[in-house]
Design a protein around this ligand. Structure first.
Ligand code: FAD
Ligand code: UDP
Length: 388
C-alpha cells in the first residue's frame, strides 16, 4: 500500500468525498480517511434488519436552490422527487406544520381564509423590527400563543437553551405561511438520491480511481501512515487544535430505532392513514416538554421504498461529551465568539483546508457543504494546477 499521497482528506462525509472526487478527477492522488466504519458521514443510510432503508443519523432531506450543486451530484445519482411534509404533535393530536392556513383552521376549529389568518396574525404579532434571536423571530411572525405551542418547548429540548439564547437563523429555518403550502422546506429542488446517499457516495468512489478510502482510521493514525502535500480536514476544528482554547459547544443526539414487520403494523393504519406505515408523516415533531424526544422519523414516507415493513427513529437530544458525535454546532453568540479564536488559527494554515459543518462550525445543510467543497476544490486546483 502506498504511504505517499498528494492530498490527505479527513472525513468521508459530503465535504471530504466531494473535494476528493474533484481533486482525483484532475489527476491528484487522494486518500480519504474516516474514523467511522462507513461512508457518508451523517448522511449515511443503510437497510435495517427488515430491509427498510434507514437514515442512521436523523432524517436527511436533500434540498437546494443551486442547479450547479444539483447537476454535480446528479452525475452520481438519479433522484426520487419528494415534497417533505411533516406534522407536529401536541395535546394528543397531530397538527399541520410548519404553520400554514390549515394549522390556523385546526387552531380555531373552523374553516378560514388567508385574509382572516393574516388579520389574526397582525393582531398577535409582537412588533419587533429586527429580531435578534430565535424567540423574537417567531414572536414577530406569529405571536406568543403559536410560539409557545410549537417552538419554545421543542427548541429548549433540542438545544438545552432558551430560544432567546440562539441566533434568529435557527427558528427562522422553519417557514411560516398564510396559504395552504405545508411543505417543511423552502428550496426549489427537493428530492432524495433514488438509491440512497450511501449508494451515491459509492458511485462517486467507483468513478474516481485516484481516490483511496480507508474507514475506521482516525486522523492521528492517518498522519503517521501517509506523507501528504496538503491536508483537507472536515472534522471538528477545536479537536484539530487539541481544544487549546476549550471545547466548542456541540449538541448531540441519541437515536432509538425500531422496526415493524407487516404483522406488527396490522391496525396501525388507524393512526398512519395508510397500510404499511406507523405514523401519518415522514416526521412528527414533539414540542411538549414532558416528551423526552424531539421527533419521530419514518423515512419510508420519503424514500418511497416499496416494502411492507417500516422503521421509525426517535431522536433524544443530549449534551455533547468527547465520547459523543458532535451533530450540531450551536448557533449562538457565545459559541461564535469561542469559534472565532479557532477560526483565526485555521485561516492562517497554508497547507490545511478546513471545510464542512464541523471544521467551519456552521449549521450547514448538505447542499451548502457540497457547494463549499466544490469551491475549495476549485481553489486548490487553481493553486496546485494539474499533477506532472
Ligand atoms: P459530516 O457528515 O459530519 O462528516 C465528517 C466526517 O468526518 C464524519 O464521518 C466523522 O466521522 C469524520 N471525522 C471527524 N473527525 C475525524 C478524525 N479526527 N479522524 C477521522 N475522521 C474524522 N442536511 C440537509 O441538507 N438536510 C437535512 O434534512 C439534514 N438533516 C440533518 C439531521 C441531523 C440529525 C443532522 C446531525 C444533520 C442534518 N443535516 C441535514 C446536515 C448534514 O448532515 C450535513 O450538512 C452534512 O452531512 C455535513 O457534511 P460534512 O462532510 O461537513 O460532515
Ligand atoms: N423548531 C421548533 N419546532 C419544530 C421544529 C423546529 O422549535 O417543530 C426549531 C428548533 O429550534 C430547531 C430549529 O427550529 O432546532 C430548526 O429545525 P429543523 O427541523 O430545521 O432542524 P434540524 O433538522 O436541522 O434538526
Amino acid at each position: 500500500m502506498s504511504t505517499e499521497t498528494d492530498f490527505l482528506i479527513v472525513g468521508a462525509g459530503f465535504a471530504g468525498l466531494v473535494v476528493g472526487e474533484r481533486l482525483a478527477a484532475a489527476g491528484w492522488r487522494c486518500v480519504v480517511v474516516d474514523r467511522r466504519p462507513h461512508l457518508g458521514g451523517n448522511a449515511y443510510d443503510s437497510k435495517d434488519a427488515l430491509g427498510v432503508l434507514t437514515h442512521r443519523y436523523g432524517p436527511h432531506y436533500f434540498r437546494s436552490n443551486s442547479t450547479k450543486i444539483v447537476d454535480y451530484l446528479s452525475r452520481f445519482t438519479a433522484w426520487h422527487p419528494v415534497e417533505y411534509r411533516i406534522k407536529s404533535h401536541t395535546g394528543d393530536r397531530y397538527w399541520s406544520f410548519p404553520i400554514n392556513l390549515n394549522t390556523f383552521e385546526e387552531w380555531i376549529g373552523r374553516p378560514s381564509s388567508t385574509e382572516e389568518f393574516e388579520a389574526w396574525l397582525e393582531e398577535k404579532r409582537v412588533p419587533i423590527d429586527e429580531p435578534a434571536n430565535s424567540e423574537e423571530v417567531i414572536l414577530s411572525k406569529v405571536g406568543r400563543e403559536l410560539y409557545e405551542q410549537f417552538f419554545e418547548g421543542y427548541t429548549l429540548k433540542q438545544w438545552n437553551r432558551h430560544p432567546r439564547e440562539l441566533d434568529a437563523s435557527v427558528c427562522a429555518r422553519i417557514p411560516i405561511r398564510t396559504n395552504r403550502d405545508d411543505r417543511y422546506l423552502r428550496e426549489e429542488f427537493q428530492a432524495l438520491p433514488d438509491k440512497g446517499y450511501t449508494t451515491m457516495f459509492e458511485r462517486m468512489l467507483d468513478a474516481s480511481p485516484g481516490l483511496e478510502i480507508h474507514l475506521g482510521i482516525d486522523f492521528e493514525e492517518a498522519k503517521a501512515r501517509w506523507k501528504f502535500r496538503h491536508l483537507v480536514f472536515t472534522g471538528p476544528v477545536d479537536e484539530f487544535y487539541g481544544r487549546r482554547f476549550g471545547a466548542l459547544p456541540y449538541r448531540s443526539l441519541r437515536f432509538e430505532s425500531e422496526s415493524f414487520d407487516a404483522e406488527q403494523l396490522v391496525g396501525r393504519e388507524v393512526i398512519s392513514g395508510k397500510p404499511g406505515f406507523w405514523q401519518p408523516a415522514m416526521q412528527v415533531n414533539y414540542p411538549e416538554p414532558d416528551v423526552p424526544f424531539t421527533r419521530i422519523v419514518e423515512i419510508k414516507h420519503a424514500t418511497g421504498q416499496q416494502i411492507d415493513a417500516t422503521n421509525i427513529v426517535r431522536e433524544y437530544p443530549k449534551t455533547w461529551t468527547p465520547d459523543d458525535e458532535p451533530y450540531y454546532p450551536v448557533p449562538a453568540p457565545d459559541a461564535a465568539e469561542a469559534y472565532r479564536r479557532y477560526a483565526e488559527l485555521s485561516a492562517k494554515e497554508e497547507s490545511v483546508s478546513f471545510i464542512g459543518r464541523l471544521a467551519t462550525y456552521r449549521y450547514y445543510n448538505m447542499d451548502q457543504v457540497t457547494g463549499m467543497a466544490l469551491a475549495e476544490a476549485d481553489r486548490l486546483l487553481a493553486r496546485y494546477g494539474k499533477p506532472d
